[in-house]
Design a protein around this ligand. Sequence first.
Ligand code: NAI
Length: 468
Amino acid sequence: VESTFDYVVKDIELADFGRKEIEIAEKEMPGLIATREKYGKQKPLKGARVMGSLHMTIQTAVLIETLVELGADVRWASCNVFSTQDHAAAAIAARGIPVFAYKGESLEEYWDYTRRALTWPDGEGPDLIIDDGGDASLLMHRGYYAEEDPSTLDEPTDNKEMKLQNELLKGMLKETPDFWHKAAKRCQGVSEETTTGVHRLYQMKESGELLFPAINVNDSVTKSKFDNVYGCRESLVDAIKRATDVMVAGKMAMVCGFGDVGKGSAETLASHKARVAVSEIDPICALQAYMRGYSVMTVEDALPYADIYVTTTGNKDIITAEHMSKMKDQAIVCNIGHFDNEIQVDELNNWPGVKKTNIKFGVDQYTFEDGHSIYLLAEGRLVNLGCATGHPSFVMSNSFTNQVLATIDHWTNEKPIDVYRLSKKLDEEVARLHLDKLGAKMTVMSEEQADYIGFPVEGPYKSDHYRY
Ligand code: NAI
């Protein structure tokens, strides 16, 4: 048996700095701290092996240490090659928690770190997974089905990440032939952080491929209606400014997609006095954009005017290389959706006559044959984590308190394979934990009022179809 303690971080010397910032973050993460206080003695995750595939930031370090405090045995990898904060990873490693992540890791390393975080020293997998975007679940499922039919790994693909996964899984089939079957059997559940990962889970459930129960954390109200909206409202312009220092006022910004992330992104750009236009496929979201004072147009129609483009759709090929070839000189292009395929980066790199100049980490200038240039941020990967430090601690405390509650739920309640959500009662509880910190004084209904509107005095206060 190899040592239980292994890690890959950029520089372990950064641990002290990481620890100081973790201590500041703790003050802003009341939900996680309250969870520690409530469950710390009871240790409801005692004996549970928890694997995380989620941006290795300072806020995530507070999540990890909460899981450990509740008794879990944790291993961690980041869910994006650019999103790790190296001092946060160092502080976690210095505490003896296996973590495999550094800012700027290669895709090859990324998939290998995911594998390593999924593999415990005794050669077995996790009991529980905390996923963000679904890459850990994807590897588990692809591995499992490849063990059933190795030819799935030979199917031709242009996708470079699929190719890397195929190579990694082929190696594993040789060296540890039934790892994934044993891992899938052992795994009691995954809790998924983000919209894109949740889509993948529902797709696997529909096709009958899902191998273990899942909790959709994203669609807790205290997650998607807070992190996705108000998190992006603070971290998007932060990232654009750290990357470019550009004046936002007076510019025209094109926000592609007006879901939760799009709404927060448009609001921050508008509050910096950009003129904001939105592109949408959904008429309800398009109408919402008008009600908030934005116009709706296609990317094609915006090309002569827009200075800043932000993709927020969770869909692919939103900004094409052809679009970029026709943008205004000095246009800034970035993505805040989960995956980099919202912008055609490979096609841009191969565009005839284009010249790429790296300005600094996360900022590349592309100059076209006609002389105009555009700036691509974070190579098309999620810009708030690639060019800045992601969302603030307070909003992440809401998201991560949901994650901890989901993880406890998986470990303590065995359930049939399906995709679940946390109860409204728990959702309201997460909000309450954060209100106390803000000094809110809540109104308490009388019994008569409760009878009149038909909800209990102690909640839940809304029906499931209420949209907030
Ligand atoms: P959502 O489903 O609420 O919004 C996406 C919107 O894009 C929808 O309204 C949809 O109609 C629209 N859309 C789809 N295809 C389009 C197209 N071709 N053109 C224009 N609009 C189109 O999803 P949400 O929660 O806003 O998440 C969006 C993405 O952001 C996901 O990938 C999610 O995982 C990610 N995310 C990133 C965060 C970050 O910190 N960077 C935080 C939270 C979510």
